[in-house]
Design a protein around this ligand. Structure first.
Ligand SMILES: NC(=O)C1=CN([C@@H]2O[C@H](COP(=O)(O)OP(=O)(O)OC[C@H]3O[C@@H](n4cnc5c(N)ncnc54)[C@H](O)[C@@H]3O)[C@@H](O)[C@H]2O)[C@@H](O)CC1
Ligand SMILES: Nc1ncnc2c1ncn2[C@@H]1O[C@H](COP(=O)(O)OP(=O)(O)O)[C@@H](O)[C@H]1O
Length: 449
């Protein structure tokens, strides 16, 4: 059993169907799985309980409840007072939520909602077994109007996507993992991203070795967005970064506080990685067709995505680009526009939405937000476990787009999917601070070795 985040390597995620298959096969040679699960829960409960009061184990009707009953027995054997039931004991030292796990298949009944409310109100820390009760394992969305908001979740046997995307991070608290001694014999449903190395800088390399980025955006009043993207591309290590601001005369500096940044246009750097759309407003629409046609590698963000959502011809042009050469970085609303659905639909199943968009536009999609999802046509999707609400601030997405452009410039042979996985994870890790991170400071954190 170990504390899972931050991840140290890429790990497999398994959805409910895959987890069930793994469990069924495992039971043939390890029939004591529930004993193992209960023991793991008891061990963690011992470490987490606060004070000498009873550990309250709220056990449901299925095997999740079964894990809870085993844990209760183990705790009692260790001399810990336990209370098994659906109503709260006096001053519990810990609540073990073993109401519902993988088997959740409908909105919790009123009786269950009453127990969830009681365990939430009793004041003790909550340890959820496998999943917070009421949270859907595949999507990270509550099945009904309430799910348990746990302080800790000990997930068992497999890692479930819903712990890491959607609302998963808000409901799961600190995530622990015990594989119960079983190695999954099933392909991953998705990857949980681990840290990726930075592009190497050879001792004899020169600026020409590290590629070029062209940032196109910054309509009147929004130049900051394009400059943040450009600074991020530069901080990432791109050899040269050019900015085509949509509101300035070409003679003005790209960024007076970053003299390293140059002015440039598509015709000046036709082989650059394009980072298009940051603060670009509606003006970007008139440039997009040429950019989509000519730039060999494209990161499309913000207003570029909105323009594409409104233009079927542009969508066709995007589809006809080489697979692996386009990277879209929508937040949920931009993704909803591109898919012609509402945001709730995107958030209800972020993995499915990202995959649908990737297929529809023949592009890699980094669907942003808590638990960003990277999807590409025909590839296994990835979920990003890094990041925090410190990133919920204007400009952090522009920094991501620029960083991705900078990474790609240095790895011309990389497909968009690999670039997106590496960049989204690095961006998330740099954004793990308490409080709020200003986007300019995020660039500096990303740049730090
Ligand atoms: N079988 C084993 O040996 C193992 C089982 N494990 C545990 O088993 C769990 C899965 O067990 P189950 O498949 O029994 O599923 P659950 O225990 O999650 O729930 C199944 C029961 O809850 C009911 N239910 C579903 N949604 C409900 C709702 N909204 N309101 C009221 N009742 C609802 C179902 O009809 C069913 O009776 C895992 O999450 C994990 O905790 C793991 O520990 C691995 C080992
Ligand atoms: N609560 C959160 N947890 C993790 N990451 C977050 C959270 N809120 C925002 N982010 C990240 O911050 C970035 C915000 O991007 P975006 O919405 O495009 O902002 P902007 O347009 O202001 O730059 C994305 O990378 C997103 O994944």
């Amino acid at each position: 059993m170990h504390d899972l985040l931050p991840t140290r390597s890429t790990l497999p995620l398994h959805d409910v169907a895959a987890s069930r298959r793994i469990e069924t096969r495992a039971l043939t040679h390890a029939p004591d799985l529930m004993e193992r699960a209960g023991l793991a829960v008891a061990k963690l409960a011992l470490a987490l309980r606060r004070g000498d009061g009873p550990v309250w184990l709220a056990c449901g009707p299925g095997n999740n409840g079964g894990d809870g009953h085993v844990a209760a027995r183990r705790l009692a054997e260790a001399g810990v007072p336990v209370h098994v039931g659906l109503t709260a004991p006096h001053r519990p030292a810990l609540v073990v939520d073993a109401l519902l796990g993988l088997g959740l298949n409908r909105a919790p009944s009123d009786a269950l909602l009453a127990t969830i409310t009681a365990l939430q109100a009793c004041g003790a820390p909550i340890l959820a077994v496998d999943l917070p009760s009421g949270l859907l394992a595949d999507t990270g969305q509550p099945a009904g109007r309430l799910a348990v908001r746990a302080d800790h979740t000990l997930t068992l046997l497999t890692l479930k996507p819903g712990l890491f995307t959607g609302e998963g991070r808000a409901y799961s608290g600190r995530i622990w993992f015990d594989d119960l001694g079983i190695t999954p014999d099933e392909p991953a449903t998705a990857d949980l991203l681990g840290p990726a190395g930075r592009p190497e800088r050879g001792a004899t390399s020169h600026k020409g070795s590290h590629g070029k980025v062209l940032v196109i955006g910054g309509a009147p009043g929004m130049q900051g967005a394009a400059r943040l993207a450009a600074r991020a591309a530069l901080a990432c290590g791109a050899g040269r970064v050019y900015v085509d601001l949509l509101d300035q005369s070409p003679n003005e500096a790209a960024d007076t506080t970053r003299p390293e940044l140059m002015r440039g246009r598509l015709d000046d750097v036709p082989q650059a990685v394009g980072v298009v759309g940051c603060g670009a407003g509606t003006r970007i629409a008139q440039h997009l067709s040429a950019l989509i046609r000519q730039l060999p590698r494209l990161v499309l963000d913000a207003d570029a995505l909105n323009a594409i959502a409104a233009d079927a011809v542009m969508q066709d042009a995007l589809r006809s680009r080489r697979t692996g050469s386009t990277l879209l970085t929508p937040h949920p609303l931009e993704a909803a526009r591109l898919l012609a659905v509402d945001v709730a639909h995107v958030q209800a199943d972020r993995l499915a939405a990202a995959q649908a968009l990737a297929t529809r536009l023949n592009a890699t999609v980094a669907l942003k937000g808590s638990g960003s999802v990277v999807a590409s046509p025909g590839a296994r999707p990835a979920v990003c476990a890094s990041g925090s609400a410190a990133l919920a601030t204007a400009g952090s997405g522009d920094v991501l787009a620029g960083w991705l452009g900078g990474l790609w410039a240095q790895q011309p042979d990389a497909a968009a999917h690999a670039v997106a996985c590496a960049g989204v994870d690095a961006h998330g890790r740099a954004g793990e601070v308490p409080g709020v991170l200003r986007a300019g400071d995020l660039v500096e954190r990303l740049a730090a070795p």
